[in-house]
Design a protein around this ligand. Structure first.
Ligand SMILES: [Zn+2]
Length: 69
């Protein structure tokens, strides 16, 4: 059975775009809410690694996002 990767790739790029948008908002100091629990997301920037750690209080959202320069 051939595997259909196109749907998967589409989903991944959708969430990639969503994460980029989220990161942009967070970097501007805007409040973003967790999709699941609707609590405010907190973000911690590791400038040296170029990674932003995003999470909500309950832990249903835990993202590591790279931010380019
Ligand atoms: Zn949450």
């Amino acid at each position: 059975m051939p595997l259909d990767f196109s749907a998967l790739n589409q989903r991944q790029s959708d969430s990639f775009v969503a994460q980029k948008t989220l990161l942009k908002k967070l970097m501007l100091g805007k409040t973003c809410l967790c999709d699941s629990c609707k609590q405010a997301l907190s973000v911690k920037f590791d400038e040296q690694a170029g990674i932003a750690y995003v999470k909500c209080k309950r832990g249903c959202t835990e993202l590591q996002l790279e931010f380019g320069r």
